[in-house]
Design a protein around this ligand. Structure first.
Ligand code: B12
Ligand code: SF4
Ligand code: SF4
Length: 285
């Protein structure tokens, strides 16, 4: 199998970029628990392939983060990567190929950076021009030792510092994200928020996720639209009280279960809407 044939398989799957590295190299960035968890999935992991799938669908208003407007990316990206797994299974009859997005123990950004994909953003994200940071990552884990060229790690972004300056919770630092102050985390948090957390959510324009450190990034000034139909069509840009009215956990899942904002159920969404209504959030935002 050659890199050219893999290029074709990833391109056919809709990936904008891909890379691969020996599992042993990525394991250097992983905790012992994450390595153990990986070995439970794939007893003798040899290679990790990582790919990026663009999701930016244009300048649109709304109160949901851009990443959560299309159908659940876990499923979309995994299904697309499974086409590459099928291609590989034809060539490596006895090997295991496991596709995943977001929900595996593999540190996906670290894998992408080690493979030299795009740029390493100070906002902690993989930036892949012309799509900016609006790309999802997914991996294929295998016990086949694929013969791939060694790549150089990604260079850093230009380091303008805008993401750090604008972060509403002051969550971004040179070392990464302080989860206790990140609006992406807080809008998804279950249960009661502390007074400080509630104040941050109240002043935030989104009821799910946070795009602030991405919107200011110069690489995201005019990102290319995604070519992937799942992330261009049938998007849910906003959710309002009336969309959630009367929904139980079960009926909410029936209505929105295929969306990435649905995994916590309707309760945090209602809470965030109530907080933002108290702040006088406008539907034009
Ligand atoms: C937990 C998680 C979160 C948490 C914590 C994120 C965090 N920054 O730590 C919360 C809920 C806050 C979150 C938010 C978001 N997330 Co998230 N998240 C994850 C998840 C599931 C695991 C990350 C993790 O903790 N891994 C374990 C640690 C040990 O590994 P690591 O992630 O590689 O982190 C190490 C290094 O990267 C490094 N590092 C991390 N940040 C930085 C920053 C700097 C400057 C430096 C030098 C190093 C550094 O230090 C870490 C420890 O070694 C990944 C998917 C995955 N499986 O990787 C998605 C993932 C990182 N998230 C993603 C997205 C899209 C987001 C949001 C943009 C969503 C949104 N719009 O609200 C925000 C962005 C917040 C931000 N600025 O990082 C994408 C990123 C795609 C990309 N282009 O990079 C991923 C890869 C999911 C996917 N499959 O596409 N996320
Ligand atoms: S997602 Fe929002 S709160 Fe989290 S680091 Fe980026 S700007 Fe800060
Ligand atoms: S805003 Fe500036 S510092 Fe932050 S990720 Fe983008 S280029 Fe890097």
């Amino acid at each position: 199998m050659t890199v050219t044939t893999l290029n074709e398989a990833f391109a056919a799957a809709g990936a904008a970029a891909w890379g691969g590295l020996p599992f042993g190299e990525l394991a250097e960035d992983m905790t012992a628990a994450a390595v153990e968890q990986t070995e439970r999935l794939c007893p003798k992991p040899q290679t990790v392939l990582v790919a990026a799938f663009p999701y930016y669908a244009g300048e649109r208003g709304g109160n949901l983060s851009l990443y959560a407007r299309g159908p659940d990316y876990h499923q979309v990206v995994t299904a697309r990567l499974n086409t590459v797994c099928d291609f590989l299974r034809e060539r490596y009859k006895n090997a295991a190929f496991l596709a995943a997005a977001d929900n595996s123990p593999l540190p996906e950004r670290q894998a992408a950076w080690r493979c030299g994909m795009g740029l390493r953003g100070k906002n902690g994200l993989v930036i892949l021009p012309p799509y900016g940071s609006y790309v999802f990552l997914g991996t294929i884990l295998t016990d086949a030792a694929l013969d791939l060229p060694k790549s150089r790690p990604s260079p850093d972004c230009m380091g303008c510092g805008k993401c750090l300056a604008v972060c509403p919770g002051g969550a971004l630092g040179e070392g990464g994200v302080d989860l206790s102050r990140c609006l992406s985390k807080l809008t998804q948090k279950k249960g009661t928020l502390t007074g400080e957390e509630a104040a941050l959510v109240e002043a935030h324009p989104l009821i799910w996720g946070c795009d602030t450190c991405q919107k200011v990034c110069p690489y995201n000034a005019s990102p290319a639209l995604t070519p992937l139909s799942e992330f261009r069509e049938g998007l849910v840009d906003s959710l309002w009280e009336e969309d959630l009215e009367g929904l139980t956990n079960r009926t909410f899942r029936k209505k929105y279960g295929d969306r990435a904002f649905a995994w916590r159920g309707p309760v945090p969404l209602r809470r965030n809407l109530t907080l933002q209504a108290a702040d006088g959030a406008s539907r034009e935002s």
